[in-house]
Design a binder for this molecule. Structure first.
Ligand SMILES: Nc1ncnc2c1ncn2[C@@H]1O[C@H](COP(=O)(O)OP(=O)(O)OP(=O)(O)O)[C@@H](O)[C@H]1O
Length: 333
């Protein structure tokens, strides 16, 4: 019986589901809204994200995977079940195999619990895989050849840097420095320089719309609203790309340094391959204006942004599921 295998990118910021033969069928923020009094889940995904920072006291909008680890396991489990149930896996002709890509640093207890949640939701067999590897595959790299491929995956909670060869990670580094921290940097900058309090979503929209990390490469401005820290009243200010570049500089240098450290640990033959093939950027952070230019200048190798960088992990799960027998021995748990 034909099984529709399922790939899941269980990301800090977004959860994507890929179904064999159909492509990406679900792409929603990893957010859950909960009534604190009753512990009842009120909304999941986009609907819950719209509540962030706008809920009354008894309702909290939680990002259960904040910081690249599972901060709240029960909520993560509820979210995973909600999305798998939405696919109506139990209505599939035969039980699917599910490949889940989760944060790199989760514990074996958490891995086991994630597998159980997927099994309870109708998965026949559940596989877990490492994020940078799947991202590289989803970006179109042929990591199974004996040659070096380097990927930098900048997500919401973590940045994963990895050099891969013959289907495995040779050298890598995972740091808790990614999109969420950039938002916090912008928020803190506005607070310090304008005495204005803004929300996470406003900070994110500044990042997406006018930020750059390569000096003097973008000259835009944006009007933003927030609460004046002195008067307590709403106020509007205008912020420029140059200011945001300064606000992000320190965090970005941590990512550049992590990439340098990985290159320094990479065997010379593989380094030579990376000079030829370049580094591929994946994850939402790859869309940060100027990040490719900055990394190319600092690492002295060509840098390319993957096509649809935010979809790479989900697409990669699809490719891996096609070759599931080869990876079956890697089953965790
Ligand atoms: N155009 C853009 N410019 C800059 N950042 C962006 C852009 N679009 C999305 N992002 C950021 O990308 C991040 C989300 O990326 P992604 O969906 O790859 O993360 P994730 O896979 O959920 O996280 P992780 O890999 O840490 O688990 C968010 O911080 C978001 O603000």
């Amino acid at each position: 019986m034909f099984a529709k295998d399922i790939g899941i990118d269980l990301g800090t910021a977004n959860l994507l589901i890929h179904v064999k033969g159909k492509g990406i069928v679900l792409n929603e923020p990893s957010v859950v809204a909960i009534d604190k009094n009753t512990n009842r889940v009120l909304a999941v995904g986009e609907e819950a994200r719209n509540m962030v920072g706008r809920t009354p006291g008894n309702i909290v909008a939680i990002r259960p995977l904040k910081d690249g680890v599972i901060a709240d396991f029960d909520v993560t489990e509820a979210m995973l079940k909600h999305f798998i149930n939405k696919l109506n896996v139990k209505g599939f002709l035969s039980k699917p195999r599910i490949l889940i890509c989760c944060p790199t640093n989760i514990t074996s207890v958490e891995q086991k619990a994630i597998r159980e949640a997927a099994e309870k939701s109708g998965g026949k067999r559940v596989f877990l895989e490492e994020e940078p590897k799947v991202a590289a595959i989803g970006a179109g790299m042929d990591i199974f050849q004996p040659s070096g491929n380097m990927v930098v995956d900048i997500g919401g909670g973590t940045t994963d840097v990895a050099v891969l060869s013959m289907g495995d990670i040779v050298t890598s580094s995972s740091i808790k420095m990614a999109g969420d921290q950039f938002d916090t940097d912008i928020l803190n900058y506005v607070k310090k320089h304008y005495k204005l309090l803004i929300g996470e979503r406003t900070a994110e929209s500044i990042k997406v719309n006018i930020a750059t990390v390569f000096p003097d490469s973008r000259h835009e401005e944006l009007e933003i609203r927030g609460r004046d820290m002195v008067s307590g009243l709403p106020r509007t200010i205008t912020i420029t790309s140059g200011e945001v570049e300064g606000a992000l500089r320190e965090s970005i240098s941590v990512i550049v340094q992590a990439a340098k450290n990985v290159l320094e640990k990479t065997p010379p033959e593989l380094s030579a391959d990376i000079i030829d093939r370049g580094v591929i950027l994946t994850g939402g952070g790859a869309l940060l204006h100027g990040i490719d230019q900055l990394l190319a200048e600092e690492l002295k190798v060509p840098v390319f942004i993957a096509e649809n960088p935010m979809d790479c992990v989900a697409i990669g799960t699809g490719v891996m599921l096609e070759n599931i027998d080869k990876i079956a021995h890697r089953r965790i748990g």
